[in-house]
Design a protein around this ligand. Structure first.
Ligand code: PMP
Length: 351
């Protein structure tokens, strides 16, 4: 705290990201990164970009990246917005679509950046408890005053709503914006992007951080009605007209174009998720039915916090949330088969 800080800085409650240990030998299963390297074509495109044109500003409109995304998602290019990771896209969306005097709704257990943004932008919010089976309460998210935001699949549970359930939330908030954060959708959930054709109040956000192994590049995007995209552009251009740097643009375009590599790595992660789920269940752990690249797990025979600490002491990082409602659980990102075998071996020895 300093006397020079504004009220906003004094009252901010910053998000605390998962640990990023510098030791490269650590098995990192705590921040839902992709265990595979990015597409070799993306690496090549970035190298070329560094050699060719870093002295020039990047495209302020990122038209080429938007065109690649539009083609991939089957939408018009003017329905695409791009930003530095979906975190930035979400920050712009909070400013563009939510108002300080109108409470928005979000699940009570969800991505913890949402309350951070709501506090930062003075937007009141109502947190709707999860159902007993930990799924999102669809009825509870209907009829909001100021808008709705939720991830599908939810984080940190990995549980997904069907497209029909998402649609019912969107349809029951006709005069509010509903943001569906699809950071993990590619790992097995149904995307709501096709619904943006019918619903002018639906904004879907996605990221290249997980599915395309480019968390370090910081590229995310949103798909929605043209008027919503224009709202996002207004906020972006009031803040920084060149949000995405040249290297990231080149890498993202090439990564999205490399479908075979994407398919292969995605399938490998889903396959690993299935056998790890089975093995953890065999050990007596409860595992939520994940449609994401992580597992939400209630350990048995060992406490959640102890498991986190014991694994960390052995060089394996998982996520433990010291928060009401989450104390009994850990979240484990899906790594390579070798990493997950090591995880299971350690757990077996611990319990
Ligand atoms: N949404 C959810 C639900 C997430 O878990 C994350 C990753 N922490 C993000 C959005 C942000 O991802 P990125 O900014 O890397 O696109």
């Amino acid at each position: 705290m300093s006397k020079f800080w504004s009220r906003t800085a004094r009252e901010a409650e910053p998000y605390v990201p998962g640990e990023q240990p510098s030791d490269v030998n650590v098995i990192k299963l705590n921040t839902n990164e992709n265990p595979f390297p990015p597409s070799p074509l993306a690496l090549e495109a970035m190298e070329q970009s560094i050699n060719a044109d870093l002295k020039k500003y990047p495209s302020p409109t990122a038209d080429r990246l938007k065109a690649v995304i539009a083609e991939r998602e089957g939408v018009d290019v003017n329905k695409v917005f791009v930003g530095n990771g979906s975190d930035e896209v979400l920050a712009f969306a909070f400013q563009a679509f939510f108002d300080p005097n109108e409470a928005i709704k979000m699940p009570e257990i969800t991505y913890s950046f949402y309350p951070v943004y709501a506090n930062l932008y003075d937007i009141p919010f109502q947190q709707i408890p999860l159902q007993n089976d930990l799924s999102i309460d669809v009825e509870g998210l209907k009829r909001s005053v100021g808008g709705v935001i939720f991830p599908n699949p939810n984080a940190p549970t990995g549980l997904a709503l069907s497209r029909v359930e998402v649609e019912s939330i969107v349809a029951h908030n006709p005069n509010q914006v509903v943001i569906v954060d699809e950071a993990y959708v590619e790992f097995g959930a149904e995307s709501a992007i096709s619904l943006t054709k019918q619903y002018p109040n639906l904004l879907v956000t996605k990221t290249l951080s997980k599915s395309h192994a480019l968390a370090g590049l910081r590229v995310g995007y949103a798909i929605g009605d043209v008027a919503l995209i224009e709202g996002l552009e207004r906020i972006k251009n009031s803040f920084n007209s060149y949000t995405i740097n040249r290297v990231s643009l080149a890498g993202a375009e090439a990564a999205l174009a490399d479908e075979p590599y994407y398919d292969e790595t995605l399938q490998a992660i889903v396959k690993t998720r299935e056998w790890v789920t089975h093995d953890l269940e065999q050990l007596g752990f409860w595992v939520a039915e994940s449609k994401a690249n992580f597992l939400f797990v209630k350990p048995n025979g060992i406490g959640a916090e102890t498991l986190y600490q014991q694994l960390k002491a052995r060089g394996v990082y998982i996520r433990y949330f010291n928060k009401p409602g989450l104390e009994g659980y850990v979240r484990i990102s899906i790594g390579t088969d070798d990493e997950m075998k090591r995880l299971i071996d350690i757990i077996q020895a611990l319990i």
